[in-house]
Design a binder for this molecule. Structure first.
Ligand code: ATP
Length: 297
């Protein structure tokens, strides 16, 4: 199965052009949609999830015309929105059972099996009878995924799921998604570069409604190999370094500043060659689109 997005545009009342002629081809596996706040990620995710209409364009999932046959897509869709409400007084087990019933799994025994498998898959079995109101952020997100996975969706859309998770929970959550990605199309929208570099086989970078890059993270990093240089400088020489070099990013490092620059040749004394990472690709793609060009972490 493959998701084909062709020339999708969306303008909100008030004139914000949230998506400008967006085209993407999304194969099975984990796909990262990376972009800063306000880039248009949630708008695209909501359109894909059939919750919002596009002004123009077409979307096909395999043979299915998504914009024409919303009901059919919903049968095979799992969606985890950026913010979702929980019923704080319910337990995971009861609420999953309820959602499974709503999704059409009417036979009690079958439902019980589905709920049990999802609780185990999302590692919530031991807390299945606890009230959701007492869950940690990571547990909540895993519960959200459990709900999204009811009915074995072949398309799973997850909107900024790792914001606010501690490192261990984040890894656990991403591993769970990656398991799902073995058999489905999983689209992960995020502003966290590491979410994409750690587990997506393909990605797109979006900013102000435009797709700036569509690539495999590994090939995109290979493209800049040999052209990324790093140097630790005194914070006060930052302005002159920025003037003289194509600075990709700056990062504070124990009271000093680590700069990464892009250059075809050795940029000068003190610079050493650096292994490219996806942040280099991201900031280089974004550079020039923000005032000052360079990005700070
Ligand atoms: N319902 C709406 N009405 C008007 N403007 C909207 C609406 N929803 C989003 N926007 C605007 O559209 C643009 C894209 O927003 P969107 O939420 O899709 O971006 P995003 O990449 O998901 O950002 P974030 O990470 O902040 O959620 C922004 O400028 C936003 O202010």
């Amino acid at each position: 199965m493959e998701l084909q997005i062709r020339n999708v545009s969306k303008t909100y009342p008030g004139g914000i052009h949230a998506l400008k002629d967006v085209s993407l081809t999304i194969p099975a596996g984990m796909y990262g949609l990376l972009g800063p706040n306000g880039a248009g990620k949630s708008t695209l995710m909501r359109i894909l999830a059939t919750l919002q209409d596009a002004d123009a364009g077409s979307i096909c999932f395999g043979e299915l015309d998504v914009l024409l046959h919303k009901g059919a897509l919903r049968q095979t869709l799992g969606y985890l929105p950026q913010d979702f409400g929980l019923y704080p007084g319910s337990s995971a087990e009861d609420l999953l059972d309820h959602f499974a019933l709503l999704k059409g799994i009417s036979e009690r025994k079958a439902r019980k099996e589905v709920v049990q498998a999802l609780l185990q898959q999302t590692n919530l079995w031991h807390v299945r009878r606890q009230k959701l109101g007492g869950y940690s952020g990571g547990m909540r997100q895993r519960f959200g995924i459990a709900v999204a996975l009811i009915g074995n969706p072949t398309l799973l859309i997850v909107d900024e799921p790792t914001a606010g998770l501690d490192p261990a929970e984040r890894v656990r959550f991403l591993n769970l998604l990656s398991e799902v990605g073995e058999s489905s199309v999983v689209i992960l929208s995020t502003h966290i570069v590491d979410d994409v570099s750690e587990l997506c086989s393909r990605m797109a970078i979006i900013d102000r409604g435009e797709i700036l890059l569509e690539a495999e993270p590994l090939s995109a990093m290979k493209e800049v190999e040999g052209r990324i240089w790093r140097r630790v400088i005194d914070t006060r020489s930052r302005a002159s370094v920025t003037r003289e070099h194509d600075v990709i990013s700056t990062k504070l490092l124990a009271g000093r500043t680590l700069v990464r620059v892009y250059s075809d040749t050795q940029p000068g004394p003190g610079f050493e060659a650096a292994e490219p990472n996806l942040e280099d690709v991201y900031f280089r793609t974004m550079s020039g689109r923000r005032e000052g060009g360079e990005a700070s972490l």
